[in-house]
Design a protein. Structure first.
Lengths: 145, 145
DNA sequence: TTTATTATTGAAAAAGATTATCATTATCAG
DNA sequence: CTGATAATGATAATCTTTTTCAATAATAAA
């Protein structure tokens, strides 16, 4: 999805959900929706303050909380931290994260059903969900090294 | 691996690595090595204090840090927290975690190479590592519900 | 066994990250 | 425009993890 399309979708969803559109909130939306990499609250705060100087860090936390609750962003877990947020996937996708620059991209088309069926049978678990993430070096970072 | 075997291995590894064997440290080792579920520092502290009453929470943090550095335990990431530790896998294995009781088991035999090759080709990433975790309901919890 | 070295310990303080309070302000339906 | 109230940001409060430091205990050497 394109950035403008995404911010339009997010602001509309916020509004439809009964949330008001404020300058502070929109600055956070813009920053997260446009970012190629997962941002933690402090990252987002520093970037969004360029658009909304009076912004408070608390508002960043509160906005991320709402975006997550609406399924528009997801929290990204990685070896170096689990407090960063990224635009949610479109459909069933998983992340590949660059260990150099932290750029994150989604990929689709995994089929873990055979594996899950086997594990379910062997361990007796009723499987509900799965997490899959790949880590590597992105094309840009491969060139610059 | 059996519990006694595991604690023996851990204490030996600690000693060989130049760390001293103290009552405080051993109480933490015993608790983590015996646990079926991932324990966070406070969990481990409360359990280990039964064996070592004077134990300090700081020592739990420090012991977990050393065990992780030696590859004997791993930090487990889950939707409800990323600060818990579990005995490390033997070889290449991944976790299946019960969303009811948090019991965690390893499973082997996943083969993500075809997927990783495809993603590498399509996204241009050089893939270094992967995380895979399944979530579900364990056999015991399925019965009790 | 005794001794010397020094890694380890736990209390306390400090630092970081996240959440709660609350008076003020801004949004938006009417 | 106006009124109801959601949202804001400063501040304080929590919660988790790390740092400091003097006292202690584990280990190797004598
Ligand atoms: Mn999948
Ligand atoms: Mn694997
Ligand atoms: Zn990169
Ligand atoms: Zn269970």
């Amino acid at each position: 999805m394109e950035i403008n399309e995404r911010t339009a979708h997010w602001t509309q969803t916020l509004q439809v959900s009964g949330y008001r559109l404020t300058a502070a909130r929109l600055s956070v939306v813009n920053v997260i929706a446009a970012s190629q990499k997962a941002l933690n609250p402090m990252d987002a705060y520093l970037l969004a303050r360029q658009e909304c100087p009076g912004l408070g860090l608390v508002t960043v936390y509160r906005t991320l909380e709402k975006l997550e609750e609406l399924g528009l962003v997801v929290r990204v877990h990685a070896p170096d931290g689990c407090g960063a947020y990224l635009s949610a996937a479109e459909g069933h996708e998983h992340l590949i994260i660059c260990t150099h620059c932290q750029r994150a991209e989604y990929f689709a088309g995994d089929d873990l059903h055979p594996l899950m069926d086997r594990v379910a049978a062997e361990h007796g678990y009723q499987i509900q969900d799965h997490w899959l993430q790949l880590f590597g070096i992105c094309p840009e970072c491969r060139e610059n090294s």
